[in-house]
Structures are given as C-alpha cells and as structure tokens.
Design a protein around this ligand. Sequence first.
Ligand SMILES: *Cc1c(COP(=O)(O)O)cnc(C)c1O
Length: 360
Amino acid sequence: MRQTVNFSAGPATLPEEVLQQAASEMLDWNGSGQSVMEMSHRGKEYMSIHAQAEADLRELMGIPSNYKVLFLQGGATTQFAMVPLNLLRGKDQADYINTGEWSKKAIKEAKLFAKVNVAASSEDRNFTYAPRQADWKLNKDAAYVHYCINETIGGVEFHWTPDTGDVPLVGDISSTFLSGPVDVSKYGLIYGGAQKNIGPAGLTIVIVRDDLIGQARAGTPQMLDYKPQADNDSMLNTPPCYSIYIAGLVFKWLKARGGLAGIHQHNLAKARILYDFLDSSSFFHNPVAREDRSIMNVPFTLKDEALDDAFLKGAQARKMIQLKGHRSVGGMRASIYNAMTIEGVQRLVDYMREFEKQQA
Ligand SMILES: *Cc1c(COP(=O)(O)O)cnc(C)c1O
C-alpha cells in the first residue's frame, strides 16, 4: 500500500491495483515476450488490447451503437479546435456556455473558426455556479451548444444535462469522465483527456454521434477530422498504445467495482465528507453554490492566505501532496477522482480539523 495520498488535479492518482498489474506485466504482457510499449500497434496482441478497451468503455457508459468511440491524442485542448472544425457543418455560429477557465479556452479557440454566441455565463459571480437552463439564450441557428460539464479549476459541476433540442450538445467531460453514469444519447459529442480520471496523459477520448461526422470544414487536416479517425478505428497513425492499455485496465477496475453507478456512490460519499467539514468550519471556505459543487475537484481557501504555506507544509509532512490551488484562483484544491480512497479524504479532513484548532 502506498502511504502518500495524491490530490493532484491531473495527471492524477490512479488505482493502486491497476499500477500493480501494469508493473507485473511490464516486461512481458500475457506471455507475448514484449511489453505493451514495444508492440506493433497492428499486431494481434495490441489490437486485442485496443478492441477490449473500447468494448469495456462502451459497456461502462452504455454508449449507443450509433456513436463512435475515438482514442485520439492532443488532449482536450485539441478538441477545442476539432469540435468547431467538424461540427459547424457549413454553419458559421455556435453557442457556448462560459463557466470558467476551461470554458474560456474552448471559446477562444472556437472563435478561430466560428461566430461564438456566449449563451450563458457565470462570470457575474466569479464563476461559482452553473447557470440554470432557463437563463440560457440559445440561438436556433447554432451548429452546436458547447459546455464544460465540470470546471476542474473552479470546482463547478453541472449535475443535470442540458436539453438543446435538435441542436447537438457538446460536453467537455475531462474531469468527470467515468465519475458516474452519463446518458450519452443526450449528447452529440463528449470529449475528455484521460489524465484526470482515466489513465495517463497522452490519450483523449471522443464519443461522437455518427451522423455528425464526415462534414469537416474544407482544408481540415486528416488527423483533425473525426471521419478518417473513425474509419480507421483510431489507427490512422500510431495510437497512444500504452495510455490506452492503462485506460483499459482502469475500465476493468471500474467494472469490478459496480460500474459507473457503483463508483458514483463512492464518489458522492467522499465528496460529502469533505463538503460537510467545509460547511461546518469557519476557517475553511468553498465558494461554489451548493447545488453546483463538483464531486471531483474541491477548491477551498483558508481564512488567512498567509497560512497557505504552513498548511501545505503540514500536509506534506502527513504525506498528502498536490493540494495547492490553481494559480488563477489561489488557495487549495483537493481533487478526489475515482481512485482516491475514503481513507485519503478522511486523512485530509482530520488534518484540516487539527490545523483549524491550532489557529484558533
Ligand atoms: C485538463 C482539462 C482540459 C485540458 O486538457 P489537456 O488534455 O491538457 O488538453 C480541458 N478541459 C477540462 C475540463 C480539463 O480539466
């Protein structure tokens, strides 16, 4: 058992069982005499890993058969461009919801290709809530509606799925990927980088309804076009084989833990421990509207920011790492992804309680 509890926002903690298995298979995968890193991506060994990973992800998320699953590279950031390049489909405008740092980046990139209508924004309250759908000003001529399902930096999560009618809904799910059940059929496209909640950096997963692809903007390079990627089973070029292999082990780990419904209960229990403590404390503070709090990323501040360094030092001494908040918001942030244990969260809360008492 590892002693250190890692609260990193990403790349982030992975299940110990998965790392153990990867270690045991490092030199020789399944009697093949080679590590997964050394295999031809066209060979039968790797092809079986790749196909199994996709099948398990489809089963976990209940992905309908008219959706493609793509294992790509370039991170969620590349999707900020690929989404407009592929989904504008001859239109010139798209709707975006602005709920924080990642929304802003997606909007900035989309503006290279489209007229962006910010249909709703939570900037008026410093990005501490998710705007109700009744307040969205959707444009019926939009090619799609984009929102960030969970703002990793601000710790704001949509706990409901927007209804955009016939206009395809696009969700950046990077930091809540596989944290709980999702109704894929309500989306035109879902994307996320793997390094928050699924596996190592280097893998980006895109789930896209098949009628939305094949109409990329003229001049789109093939690597940025979903259609040739889908037609080639994400093997238009060498895929991020090792990252896909680890993701596949994580999918198996999730299936053994009751799938997404099972892990969701676990995640809710962890988040409750931390938020209940924050709400009971007059020393620590989380700024997010209660009903929109993220179950994965929990930012919090101390009463006096001059104590931040002492808090982090004490955490480090108790083997709790990567609690420093994002530079744009300051304070602390505890990311409590799927692989974080209840004991890990409890250790943090015990330390916070002790620290608060010391300061009183
Ligand atoms: C981390 C993150 C990104 C950027 O991901 P990269 O894989 O580094 O490009 C985008 N959106 C959200 C919500 C994120 O958490």
